[in-house]
Design a protein around this ligand. Structure first.
Ligand SMILES: Nc1ncnc2c1ncn2[C@@H]1O[C@H](COP(=O)(O)OP(=O)(O)OP(=O)(O)O)[C@@H](O)[C@H]1O
Ligand SMILES: [Mg+2]
Length: 125
């Protein structure tokens, strides 16, 4: 499934790519995926000045991988200020036994990749 969304007047294009039927979108794992995308889009809107955003969800036999990429101004993740958003993403992923990688550089855009085990989907909150 692919979707394209534009937000004028900034003319930012957001592309979503994921399998049409994804069991990852259930339970605790689904909530976590939703919250991570929500925080990433908030950050992109507030900080990135990006023209393009790509979100992809890919499911493998044992895990699901979420990637959120923007082509905005980037930042140095080692000196990323005092917000709670990125910290919250890391903690949510860790709580499900997954791993999270934040790649960014000044002027070079930002890519956040989170991998989480599919066994986390059965959890309830
Ligand atoms: N996509 C992005 N593009 C550019 N800079 C970013 C991006 N995401 C985060 N940042 C930078 O990293 C910092 C930390 O992000 P984080 O989400 O943790 O905090 P915040 O957005 O400043 O505040 P909060 O999320 O607590 O409301 C931001 O202040 C910003 O400087
Ligand atoms: Mg934030």
């Amino acid at each position: 499934m692919r979707g394209r969304f534009s937000s004028s007047p900034l003319r930012r294009t957001c592309t979503l790519s994921m399998a049409q039927e994804s069991s990852a979108l259930q339970g605790e794992l689904g909530i976590t995926l939703y919250r991570i995308v929500q925080e990433c889009l908030t950050n992109i809107s507030r900080h990135a000045e990006a023209g393009n955003v790509q979100i992809s969800v890919s499911q493998q036999p044992m895990c699901v991988e979420l990637s959120v990429h923007d082509d905005g101004r980037g930042f140095d993740p080692r000196v990323a200020g005092h917000g709670f958003g990125l910290l919250g993403i890391r903690e949510r992923v860790k709580a499900l036994g997954g791993s999270c990688d934040i790649e960014s550089a000044s002027g070079g855009g930002t890519t956040i990749v989170a991998q989480m085990p599919l066994s986390a989907q059965s959890g309830r909150r």
